[in-house]
Design a protein around this ligand. Structure first.
Ligand code: FEO
Length: 178
């Protein structure tokens, strides 16, 4: 049975992961509005991963006999001045999520809930990737500046990101302990 403090913190983390999905889909809409379909595709892949993250916590709580309680999502931004500003927001958001994962580990250790460690370790590694990827694209956008050619080249490169296979709602596809 999952510890109450850990269950509550994971329920809150589901909200943060769903907010990540929502923020990134808002960026998908923004990139399409700027005719940057490659960046929109890249961010759509990112949003898909966020739904997987939310479901990993969702299923972990259920698998350990806990109750999932979904919470209200906050109002998010719907537009950005530049693609760089959007990507920098994504990078800052990933750093926020990393801090939340670290706090979850702290809480689970305080109540000796070692069963959640494999899942949380997976997230620690995942956050290295998430920060690295958003920081890299931010840096590349900063390098090309306002050059239309540079932005179009980057847009084409980001269009090649491989979409995660499978449905994010299928626990068999993403179960961390499988
Ligand atoms: Fe679920 Fe991008 O962190």
């Amino acid at each position: 049975m999952i510890e109450k403090k850990v269950r509550d913190a994971m329920n809150e983390q589901i909200k943060h992961e769903l907010e990540s999905f929502y923020i990134y889909m808002s960026m998908v809409a923004y990139f399409h509005s700027q005719n940057l379909d490659g960046m929109a595709h890249w961010m759509r892949c990112q949003a898909h991963e966020e739904m997987i993250h939310a479901m990993k916590f969702f299923d972990h709580i259920i698998d350990r006999g806990g109750k999932v309680t979904l919470q209200d999502l906050k109002q998010i931004k719907t537009t950005w001045k530049t693609p760089l500003e959007a990507m920098q927001d994504a990078y800052e958001h990933e750093k926020f999520i990393t801090a939340k994962i670290n706090n979850l580990i702290k809480i689970s250790r305080e109540v000796n809930d070692y069963t959640s460690e494999p899942l949380l370790s997976w997230f620690l590694n995942e956050q290295i990737e998430e920060e690295k990827n958003t920081e890299k694209v931010s840096r590349e956008l900063a390098m090309v500046g306002s050059s239309k050619e540079g932005i179009l080249m980057l847009d084409r490169e980001l269009a090649t990101r491989v979409f995660p296979a499978g449905s994010p709602l299928n626990p068999l596809a993403y179960n961390v302990v499988a």
